[in-house]
Design a binder for this molecule. Structure first.
Ligand code: F6P
Length: 294
């Protein structure tokens, strides 16, 4: 098989396991005689031609690190055709045969457009703690974020129980309740709230629980712009529930950081392996995502 040159970048929100996937993609490519160029800061690095050729050593000691050593961005410029044309020039100037993008829905949409506009080969490795990629069972980062959040919520429970409080905990996920539901089940939350339509049901659930022998409650709330969902719900329960004090806790970016779990490292390895084989067998102008459900 002829030797190829690939580009790789990470795009969108960082997710634990991105580094494991980069390492695996680079090392497996080099072992087969191919070369890999790593772009910095996602599609912005592709547009600005910023990055370097990666070696076995340059991806050493990153498997255990959270975030992405290539850095990432949510490129606004890449949404415009004019800048995608510049990105295509970068790929041509570096004689790259194909591009591997590690990211989520928005990043893949951009790659798909780029591939079809300029007859390129692209592959996507799913990585987002939101775990909201269409037809993908499990994205990189989800397992770590889930475990991190469970550890944090278990700590919050100590306070809830000691003070007989109702504590609302906001978790990430953008528009998807996948992470919130996984956390809720694993911590034994009273309710997982992802929409204001559920307010009445959630209040009733808390009231019923406090009317029984339970003295405290944990509610997992999906994040929302300006924390509107959690704030509005707290106002409502403060009106409806007078027996117990309420508090809220926004978990925030701790969910996205930290050393990847063994599972996310393992997924990173396998996704990268599949991505490489996908690129080697793809037709010009094609785009695919690895890790799809059968
Ligand atoms: O997509 C991952 C995610 O953490 C979402 O859960 C969240 O809505 C968003 O990214 C936050 O993005 P930013 O890094 O721009 O604050």
């Amino acid at each position: 098989m002829s030797k190829k040159k690939f580009g790789i970048l990470t795009s969108g929100g960082d997710a634990p396991g991105m580094n494991a996937a980069i390492r695996s993609f680079v090392r497996q490519s080099l072992s087969k005689g191919h070369e890999v160029f790593g772009f910095e800061r996602g599609y912005d690095g592709l547009i600005d031609s910023k990055g370097d050729w990666l070696s076995n050593r340059s991806v050493g000691h990153i498997i255990q690190r959270g975030g992405t050593f290539l850095k990432t961005s949510r490129s606004q410029r890449f949404r415009e055709k004019e800048f995608r044309a510049i990105a295509n020039d970068t790929l041509k100037n570096l004689s790259l045969d194909a591009l591997c993008v590690i990211g989520g829905n928005g990043s893949f949409k951009g790659l798909e457009v780029l591939c079809s506009e300029f007859n390129l080969i692209g592959v996507g490795i799913p990585a987002t703690i939101d775990n909201d990629i269409l037809n993908v069972k499990e994205a990189l980062g989800f397992d770590t974020a889930w475990n991190t959040a469970v550890e944090m919520v278990d700590k919050v429970r100590d306070t809830a129980e000691s003070h007989d409080r109702v504590i609302l905990i906001e978790v990430m996920g953008r528009d998807s309740a996948n992470l919130a539901e996984a956390i809720g089940i694993s911590v034994g939350a009273q309710f997982v709230l992802s929409h204001e339509n559920q307010f009445d049901e959630a209040v009733l659930s808390i009231q019923n629980s406090l009317a029984s022998s339970k003295k405290s409650c944990l509610i997992i709330c999906l994040e929302s712009p300006q924390n509107k969902l959690i704030n509005d719900f707290q106002k409502l329960i403060d009106l409806k529930i007078t027996t117990n004090e309420s508090r809220k806790c926004i978990l925030g970016y701790v969910q996205r950081g930290g050393s990847p779990s063994a599972r996310d490292r393992w997924l990173g390895y396998h996704f990268a392996k599949d991505a490489l084989s996908n690129l080697l067998n793809a037709k010009q102008g094609s785009f695919g995502v690895v890790g799809l459900k059968i």
